[in-house]
Write a protein that binds this ligand. Structure first.
Ligand SMILES: Nc1ncnc2c1ncn2[C@@H]1O[C@H](COP(=O)(O)OP(=O)(O)OP(=O)(O)O)[C@@H](O)[C@H]1O
Ligand SMILES: [Mg+2]
Length: 429
């Protein structure tokens, strides 16, 4: 593992870089040593407009509730982190990474424990302990006995996931607690409380209905006292489907600040901008000019394959460099070779050569169709099979074909890499 890491860092040194400019992790407000620093976040015009909306909200006196949504890997988390960076000295933020299948209670407990983690950074331990005691006293809760003996870890345990010790949390308790934390932070430290939920779509369980129920229940429990009256700012990051659910329920929609922020895939110029910016930020010696990392046309080729999905674009670049980097610019041929090799491996794992003929026909049909999203019914009539058969065949093809996210009817999209390779005759199935 260590060897691998040092090899990796040598690759970037060959080009005069101090680290990997193509890492696919979201940019953090506070980066670790080899991560892309916050300055690596590129602000192009469209992002600037969205930033303007969200930072104005985060600086406002009264509380706000902002939804940031978009497809997977378009840059939602990095965008929100950058917004937090912009208002950092005026706020205390807590980031709650929502996990699959959480119940309302888990959602609330984790919110509280993240808030206390963040308070720890702002207030010293003694103050926070006292403050906690005050909260509990203020609220007239009998947990005071606990609180006087607590150290921070215990506090986290009590308000965190530990079912056994957890305080019975009813809605008045929560509302009072939230309001007092937010108020004291503001009056005594001049800081607003920001709570970020990343990614609300993870409330999804196997059954989609369950997700809707949980989201509704969370908003029902928290909407007035916590979301609205506490004066704190809330950011909900989610995929387009979850945003659709949020907007479909009036009681939820009413709570949300308008407009929501939609991040769409980047266009070609934006992708080029972002990648070149990331490389510049990673330069070892900023005053020296860099060795070129790729030949002309490579970014355009990646755009043709990934249609502006920045995560997928970075991921491919990373993979090409790990395989071919020699200090010379990466060529288009190398990108295609690397893509082909990986895709063939994936298809072999899927045992594609032994799949029914109809399945292969579906793949080829999707690859060659003008539109990326194709209606289930269209595939059925073209291949002279039933709607149900189409679904069954596609299910058998694992994750190389996905259901698209916003449609009322069922639409299918072929994995963009396979689509591009077949379309351009680098692959036959
Ligand atoms: N404006 C930008 N400037 C520089 N890098 C960016 C920008 N936007 C996104 N990225 C990079 O793109 C990648 C994907 O971004 P991020 O993880 O924020 O997307 P996401 O929408 O939150 O994804 P997911 O849906 O999986 O949660 C990351 O490597 C991130 O650093
Ligand atoms: Mg994210």
């Amino acid at each position: 593992m260590e060897d691998e890491e040092s090899n990796d860092s040598n690759i970037w040194e060959l080009y005069g870089l101090k680290g990997n400019p193509f890492s696919i992790n979201p940019i953090q407000v506070k980066s670790e040593k080899n991560d892309m620093p916050i300055e690596g976040f590129e602000r192009f015009e469209r992002i600037d407009r969205a930033l303007d909306i969200i930072t104005k909200r985060l600086k406002s006196e009264s509380g706000t509730r902002t939804v940031v949504y978009g497809k997977t890997g378009v840059g939602k988390t990095s965008f929100v982190n950058y917004a937090l960076h912009c208002v950092e000295n005026k706020c205390v933020y807590a980031i709650v990474n929502v996990k699959h299948g959480w119940t309302t209670k888990e959602f609330i407990n984790n919110t509280l424990s993240e808030i206390f983690n963040s308070l720890e950074k702002v207030l010293d331990k003694k103050t926070i302990k006292k403050r906690l005691q005050t909260y509990f006293k203020l609220l007239g809760y009998s947990v005071l006995n606990y609180a006087s003996k607590l150290n921070l870890d215990d506090v986290k345990k009590i308000i965190g996931n530990n079912e056994k010790n957890s305080i019975p949390i009813d809605s008045t308790f929560l509302e009072d607690l939230f309001k007092s934390i937010a108020k004291q932070l503001y009056t005594e430290h001049g800081k607003k409380l920001i709570v970020v939920y990343d990614d609300l779509g993870n409330l999804n369980s196997e059954e989609g209905e369950k997700q809707i129920e949980t989201i509704e229940d969370i908003f029902k429990s928290l909407r007035n006292g916590v979301f609205i009256e506490s004066g704190a700012h809330f950011i909900f990051i989610c995929d387009t489907k979850t945003n659709f659910i949020l907007r479909g329920k009036q009681t939820i929609r009413d709570v949300l600040s308008k407009p929501s922020i939609f991040l769409r895939e980047m266009n070609k110029d934006e992708i080029i901008d972002v990648i070149e910016h990331r490389i510049k930020v990673m330069r070892k010696e900023p005053e020296k000019s860099l060795k070129p990392l790729y030949e002309n046309g490579v970014l355009e080729l990646l755009y043709a394959i990934y249609r502006g999905n920045i995560r997928d674009t970075l991921d491919r670049l990373n993979s090409v460099f790990v395989s071919y980097a020699s200090g010379k610019p990466i060529t288009k041929t190398e990108v295609i070779e690397n893509l082909k090799e990986e895709t063939e491996g994936k298809l072999q794992e899927l045992d594609i050569s032994h799949k029914p003929k109809k399945e292969k026909e579906i793949i080829n049909y999707l690859a060659r169709s003008k539109k990326e999203k194709v209606k289930n019914g269209n595939i059925a009539s073209k291949l002279k099979i039933t709607n149900t058969e189409v679904k069954r065949y596609i299910e058998d093809l694992g994750d190389i074909i996905y259901q698209s996210e916003t449609a009322k009817d069922i639409y299918w999209t072929l994995d963009p890499e396979i689509r591009w390779l077949i379309k351009n005759h680098y692959l036959t199935i």
